[in-house]
Ligand binder design. Sequence first.
Ligand code: GLA
Length: 380
Amino acid sequence: MNKKFLSLWVVDPIKTYAAPARVNLIGEHIDYNGGHVLPCAISLYIKAAVSFNEEKKINLVSEDMKGQISVDLSNTQYDKSYSWASYPIGVIHILREMGYKVDKGLNMLFSSEIPLGSGLSSSAAILVLTTYVLNDLFDLGLSNLEIAKIAIKVEREYCGLSCGIMDQSAIALAQKDKCLYLDCASFEYEYKNAVLEKTKIMILNTKYERKLTDSKYNERVSECQKALSIIKTKYGVDNLCELDPKDLPDIGILLNDDLLYKRVKHCVREEARVKAFVTALDEKDYSLCGKILNESHFSLRDDYEVSGTNLDVITEIARNNPYVYGARMTGAGFGGCAVALVDEEHAYQVKDEVLTKYKERFGYDAEVYLIDTSDGPKVL
Ligand code: GLA
C-alpha cells in the first residue's frame, strides 16, 4: 500500500488504519424493528493509509475500485457519481455538519479484503473506518459507540439506506472472541463468548452479487412500518419485536393482509429465536443452535422473502452434511453470504463438499471462509 500511496501523492502515509467485516449469527432484519441481534467482527479487513494535503482536497483512491475521486473539503454534497467514495465523503460531510472541526485536506488510499456486496458489511466497515480515522487525526474525542452512531447517521442520511444499527455497532464495538448481543431498541449491549468448543463458524459466499438490495431493503423497512402503524395502538408496542408470538393469530386477523402478516411473523419469531440461540450458545448446545439457524433461514426465505436460489442451495448443501449443525443466510440477503456452524474436526471436509456441489449446480465457484473473530477498528 505504501508504494502505491507514494506513487499517487509523492509522500508517505502518516498512518494506516484497519476495520473488520462482520457476520451476523442470528437476528436478521430485526435491528430496524427493535429486536436483538448477535453479530461478531471477523478477520477480513479494510485498510486506509492517510496523509494531509495543503489544498483542502479530499483525494480518495481504492485499490479495489477504478478511478480517483477528488472533491473540495467545502463541497461534499452527495453525488451519485461518487459511488463507493460516497461513504468516506459522507462521513466528512456529516461530521462537519455536526460541527466537528475537520478542516484539512486528506489523501486516503483504501484497500479491502472484504468481498463487496457479500452481506459482510463492507459499507459499514468503510464508514466506521473513516470515522475512526478522522476521530484520530482531528482529535475529535469520539468514543467507539459515538463512532458507530455517526456511521449509522451517514448511511441513513447521506447514502439513503434506511438501515438499522447492527452493522456499524458490530464493527465499532467489536471485541475479539466475542459476539455483540445488541438490543436495537435501547442500544444496550453485552458481549457473549464466541469461542466455541470443537465447533467453527463458517461463512459460505455464494459469489452471487446482490441486486436491488437497497430498494428491496427499503421496501421491507416500509412494510414493517406500515404493519406497525396498524398494530401499535391495540397491542401498546413501539416496535414489532415487542409483540408476543402467541398473539400472532389475532394479529393476522387485525392486519387482514397476507404479505404484511408474513413480515410481522418473521420479526416476532426471529426475536424469539435470538433469545433461544443465546441460551443454547451459553449451554454449548450447538445442535440446538444449528436447528435455530435453519429455522431462521426458512423464515427469511418464506416469510420475509429476502433469500434467493443461491443462498437456498448453498445452505441446503451445508445442512445436508452430517457435520453441519445448521446454516442460514446472513446480512441483508438477496445474494451474498450464509453462515454455518460446523464440527471443527470435519470443517475442511464440509468446505470441500460445499465447494464441489455448489460448482456442480451453478457452474462457478463459491468461496468458504473458516473465520476468526476480530477486535474493532485500530491503528496499524
Ligand atoms: C443490512 C443492514 C442492517 C440489517 C441487515 C439485516 O446489513 O445494514 O442494519 O438490517 O441488513 O439484518
